[in-house]
Design a protein around this ligand. Sequence first.
Ligand code: ATP
Ligand code: MG
Length: 576
Amino acid sequence: MSTLFLRTLRDDPADAEVPSHKLLVRAGYVRRAAPGVYSWLPLGLRVLRAVEQVVREEMDAIGAQEILLPALLPREPYEATNRWTEYGDNLFRLKDRKGVDMLLGPTHEELFSQLVKGEYSSYKDLPVILYQIQTKYRDEERPRAGILRGREFVMKDSYSFDLDDDGLKVAYNLHREAYQKIFNRLGVKYVIVSATSGAMGGSASEEFLAESEVGEDTFVRCVESGYAANVEAVVTPAPEPLPFDDAPAAQVHDTENTPTIATLVAWANSALDREVTAADTLKNVLVKLQVPGAEPEIVGIGVPGDREVDMKRLEAAVEPASVELLTEEDFAANPFLVKGYVGPNALLGNGLRYLVDPRVVDGTRWITGADQPGKHVVDLVAGRDFVPTGTIEAAEVREGDLSPDGKGVLTAAKGIEIGHIFQLGQKYTNAFEVDVLGESGKPVRLTMGSYGVGVSRLVAVIAEQCHDDKGLRWPREVTPFDVHVVIANKDAAAIDGAEALAAELDAQALSVVLDDRKASPGVKFKDAELLGVPTTMVVGRGFAGGVVEVRDRFTGEAREIPVEGAAAAIAAIVRG
Ligand code: ATP
Ligand code: MG
């Protein structure tokens, strides 16, 4: 450590909010170079390489073959799939000296498709799974938490190519099992959740989410049935339509001073002779959808008034469009939109799309805006007084909601996406006409899967799940060193003895960091805890009496062992 390129910091970096970010910077694992762009210092790089190695071994074990594509890519393939445009601001675009457009790869479906098309021509060549561990670039809107969400990050991305759907399912399941092994080896606590609504049938896509309070993904699960899904993928069970022949006619009421759902409900309970809750009101939220490269579109989203619109669910539902709320200028430009009193009919009557929550089925009666200042309409019946353009999954999902499979209720938790497996089908093979000659002599269009693991993100995820108030606590699989040897004794004999012990540990094929700095034992112990190596050997006062101390970073337990045979004893601890 007297020569190691390492400086630990006493204070948390000012821009860090989550523990992993604070600790990885304080412990000298990474340093910020620009927002969302980080340098890896010696200890950080060792952990990153260890994670890579676990991923590589498990990918190799399913017969996937490692290759490496460039990160600097031509525009044309991304033009062919429209992702040059669809990716929007997230794509790093650049020009070469001749003015030719290029990009920094955010993910590589296009290039892998082209590559397979170029190399393979017969059904006999298939199936194949190719992967790379490579640096990716995405100009994230909100880079966050250090390496957790970077603009430059390391991903393992793999792509499977098969002759038919059965083959694709095999490749998908191979990945699913490999990912389970990877995350188990890394000691990550995770859940597998569906990432698509299942509308396409089955498990077309699943995400692996590491359980964490600081996660940006919310997932729900149902203990009774085992259902688990990213909230973005939850499908709201729609109730049966109701008969409305006997429903009263819609009535417009003066409702001065009811700017919020709560005040509207209070008004309704005093003015109407029935009990009303927020769930009886229909809240219309106006948004502007922006498909990259197209004109923005104003759309009305109708949700029961007891629920908020969940922007992430809405964004997932309208992808690749981005979502913005309307500005004052937008209202001014569309005078039929009466702010605070927008109802279904002004939207539909003026040619806007009006998308509603699936609970808004025919026959349901609503209290909603009457498209006039200070007025609401009561008993507006869906299917009779207005016919929405369609439904949308935009309302928030809450704990206690019925599980979509009807077998219990949902509970919610936060997670960080560490892996994603996806049965793509023929989207990319169609774009590039990736065909091989089939057994029958006719061309067969290949079908494809794509599978990602956030390799650099995992370093932060492990730090997030494995730390305490003193510092990091690495699992054995990824620790930068197996053993941290602290010299806590100024005697020349002890110093020599520590160096000899470190050499013996090294001879046991263990990786060792030796704290030989001229610093106080207190400083060294603090740093050892901060760095988080699972086993520390302290060569201290007891050395003259023939003992050293072994400390366990996980349990905090310390015990003395004889110097004689210490290296072998520690090797046994490390190897478990
Ligand atoms: P997110 O929802 O977190 O933005 P994503 O769905 O865009 O992720 P994918 O395109 O599925 O991510 O990429 C595969 C994996 O790469 C993800 O599961 C995640 O672990 C990792 N990853 C994605 N974006 C980043 C990032 N900005 N920084 C670090 N890792 C990332
Ligand atoms: Mg994903």
